[in-house]
Design a protein around this ligand. Structure first.
Ligand SMILES: Cc1cc2nc3c(=O)[nH]c(=O)nc-3n(C[C@H](O)[C@H](O)[C@H](O)COP(=O)(O)OP(=O)(O)OC[C@H]3O[C@@H](n4cnc5c(N)ncnc54)[C@H](O)[C@@H]3O)c2cc1C
Length: 304
């Protein structure tokens, strides 16, 4: 209750305070910091996917800058020998401004990644973009193999999408879904979403040439997924687990890595950290307590 109240008041909390708490979810503001974070994760047996924070480019120049930024990330991954791919949002490439130009930008990025032997994951955004994202993904898959996208278990359409895409051998991340969606298109209750996740996972694991990334921090779900892959004897190179940097599941993921599973952290970085981290903070009401503590800490009072 207290946590929910603070969460609603988050926009009123001074940015400096949110920053201090939120930085656990972000590798840093620049590529050097992100590369260092990935190097550390790789050293512990993890894979990574690097994300430049930001969405909804508000101009062509902004969207072009996103492409350049990701070009630098791909070059850095290659130069430093990092075990990482990249995750990209189509709104960050300007799909809401001009879908054709955004299509050219993602094509250029996937082409660049292909030349470097790397891979691009297209993140899934809200339901106004589900079909457009899948269309872009399908078109790119025909010309380039090194691209994947994301399915959100909470969407009622997802099981069917999974069936079609699994049959086509797609590389898909499966997550619960983060955006607020209406009941006619999305399951609302946590247990319904969890069951939908498991049904979709089952569909994806029925495929024979596709690859699945199970993105969740839900320990019950992870245990059920591990049972599912073990029971069906799915080869370890046909799936992986994924988590967001900063979410406290290392104990579980370290154990998965120790037992030979592939595990990848989503590593966001960049100056546009505010929207991303407040989303993460809203998912975790316990963090609200830390924010209040920071607001009333002597260090903060003297700084303000
Ligand atoms: C690698 C990755 C990529 C993703 N990509 C997308 C995407 O492209 N599109 C999209 O819509 N969504 C994406 N998501 C977000 C996803 O849809 C969920 O909103 C998010 O993962 C929370 O759901 P959960 O499965 O972890 O289950 P939940 O039931 O929300 O959480 C399970 C447990 O983890 C804890 N937890 C969850 N989040 C936090 C947090 N921020 N801090 C501390 N504890 C936390 C909860 O307290 C709970 O105990 C992604 C998630 C991951 C892990």
């Amino acid at each position: 209750m207290f946590g929910q109240l603070v969460t609603r008041l988050l926009p009123l909390v001074p940015k400096g305070i949110v920053r201090r708490v939120a930085m656990r979810y972000v590798a840093g503001e620049d590529l050097d910091a992100a590369a260092q974070a990935v190097r550390n994760l790789n050293g512990r047996g993890y894979l990574a996917t690097m994300d430049i924070l930001g969405e909804d480019a508000d101009s062509d120049a902004h969207a072009d800058q996103t492409v350049q930024g990701y070009g630098a990330v791909l070059a850095r991954i290659a130069a430093d020998g990092l075990d990482s791919n990249i995750s990209v949002k189509l709104t960050h490439l300007g799909i809401r401004l001009d879908p054709d130009r955004a299509g050219e930008r993602i094509r250029a990025l996937v082409g660049d990644a292909k030349e470097r032997g790397n891979f691009v994951r297209i993140d899934m955004e809200d339901s106004s973009l589900t079909q457009a994202t899948l269309d872009v993904f399908r078109a790119l898959r025909e010309s380039h193999g090194n691209v994947g996208t994301v399915l959100q278990a909470y969407l009622r359409r997802t099981e069917q999408d999974a069936r079609e895409l699994a049959a086509a051998g797609a590389n898909l991340r499966l997550c619960k879904g983060i955006y607020r969606e209406p009941a006619d298109i999305a399951f609302q209750k946590p247990e319904e979403v969890r069951q939908a996740y498991l049904r979709t996972a089952s569909v994806l694991l029925d495929g024979t040439t596709n690859y699945t990334a199970f993105a969740t921090h839900d320990r019950t779900l992870i245990a059920a997924l591990e049972d599912m892959v073990t029971h069906r004897a799915i080869p370890r190179d046909r799936f992986e687990f994924q988590a967001l940097l900063g979410v406290p599941v290392e104990d579980l993921l370290d154990d998965l890595v120790a037992r030979g599973f592939r595990v990848r952290w989503y590593v966001p970085f960049g100056r546009e950290w505010y929207a991303y981290s407040t989303r993460r903070l809203k998912e975790n009401p316990k963090m609200a307590t830390y924010i209040v503590r920071q607001m009333f800490s002597p260090r903060n009072q003297s700084a303000s």
